[in-house]
Design a protein around this ligand. Structure first.
Ligand SMILES: *Cc1c(COP(=O)(O)O)cnc(C)c1O
Length: 367
């Protein structure tokens, strides 16, 4: 029986990748904004329907650097959610800022926009919402709140590659958004990421922020790390982008089968809401409610008995992680606590086998 993990990286045909990296043996230009990097930046700008984009070594550094670029006063407060990958919270804390956790919505796991204003203080400087599983946040309401209180909005769009809303790329909402091109994401450059934005001045700023703050040969204008995307990673991105339609079509097939099974099974609930123009079939989160014959952990074990390895994304909430010593605990995260105790993320990737899908659906249906 084929062992099924929660994800499997999409890869282009081997020869295609070799063709793409072969010129590097002539140019000897391996990183620092080389030809592949610049071509990928151009293609992604178009694909993501954004005005501005800066490629990064990974999604995490993209988030750390865009937060850094605003130079908020130390210990300022940033409103965010705990139902996410730990990277979101780390990027705030590692910038010397304080995450203030807002609860999420039961239907899709995104920030509950009606609870944001109650958390705003005179120390609040920004909102960092997450388009979790590719489910779009209420970008209109968030924009209104941010305008009213003069706050920056930086979206963690790591899950939202290719999502559009009202004909515009999701990465064009807010002051900036970050994407992840990690091997496990719907589009990958092995490791990689990007910041997208409308303000054209951010391009130059991020250009030196990802390169030690070096503005030119004799001028270092900020204290910044190294976060550049190399030519081999960019080559992988160029090849994967070419095959993205096939990858999405394959994911869509599995996704639709899942949605059909989940909606027909008592006690299971699909954690999705389609407010966006399109879907990217990136994740398959399912909520195991009390009416289901097994609880979440029992269902996870049941899958493992059949060599299917599902994950508890996102559990625990980042607000409960030991590294933060309870420092950022919030009192009212009822929905986030509820969902994180009942969620499983099921296998979803390009090229899932019919046998594998059947095995998974049978377990879901029968518990
Ligand atoms: C993957 C991910 C990140 C980090 O991206 P990397 O490319 O792995 O550094 C940040 N936020 C969320 C929600 C993610 O899923």
């Amino acid at each position: 029986m084929e062992k099924i993990l929660v994800t499997r990286s999409s890869m282009p045909p081997f020869e295609e990748y070799m063709e793409k990296v072969r010129p590097l043996w002539d140019s000897h230009w391996l990183t620092n904004m080389g030809a592949n990097h610049n071509e990928l930046e151009k293609q992604l700008k178009e694909f993501l329907k954004v005005d501005g984009i800066s490629l990064m070594v990974n999604g995490h550094m993209a988030l750390e650097l865009i937060i850094h670029s605003f130079h908020f006063p130390k210990d300022s407060e940033v409103i965010t959610t705990p139902f996410t990958f730990v990277s979101t919270t780390h990027a705030i804390v590692r910038n010397g800022l304080k995450p203030v956790f807002c609860d999420i919505k039961m239907e899709d796991g995104t920030i509950d926009e009606t609870k944001i204003e109650g958390l705003i203080t005179d120390r609040t400087v920004a909102i960092v919402p997450v388009h979790v599983y590719g489910n779009m946040c209420n970008v209109n309401a968030i924009e209104d709140i941010a305008k009213k209180h003069n706050l920056k909005v930086i979206y963690d769009a790591a899950h939202a590659f290719g999502i559009n809303y009202k004909g515009k790329g999701i990465g064009s909402y807010g002051d900036a958004s970050i994407f992840s091109f990690h091997a496990t994401k719907v589009f990958n450059t092995i490791e990689g990421g990007a910041v997208t934005y409308n303000d054209p001045t951010l391009y130059e700023k991020l250009f030196y922020l990802r390169d030690f703050g070096i503005k030119d040969e004799e001028s270092v204008v900020d204290i910044a790390p190294n976060a550049k995307m190399n030519e081999f990673a960019a080559a992988m991105g160029l090849c994967n982008l070419k095959h993205l339609d096939d990858a999405l079509a394959s994911r869509k097939k599995a996704y639709e089968l899942y949605v059909e099974t989940i909606t027909a099974t008592k006690g299971l609930r699909f954690l999705g809401a389609a407010n966006s123009d399109n879907l990217n079939y990136s994740y398959m989160p399912v909520i195991v409610e009390d009416e289901y014959p097994l609880n979440r952990d029992e269902l996870k074990n049941k899958f493992a008995e059949s060599d299917v390895y599902v994950r508890k994304y996102f559990y625990p909430l980042t607000s409960n992680m030991e590294c933060f010593n309870g420092e950022y605990k919030a009192s009212s995260l009822d929905n986030a606590e509820y969902l994180s105790r009942r969620v499983l993320t099921l296998p979803l990737y390009e090229g899932m086998s019919d046998e594998g899908l059947e095995r998974i659906m049978n377990i879901l249906k029968n518990g």
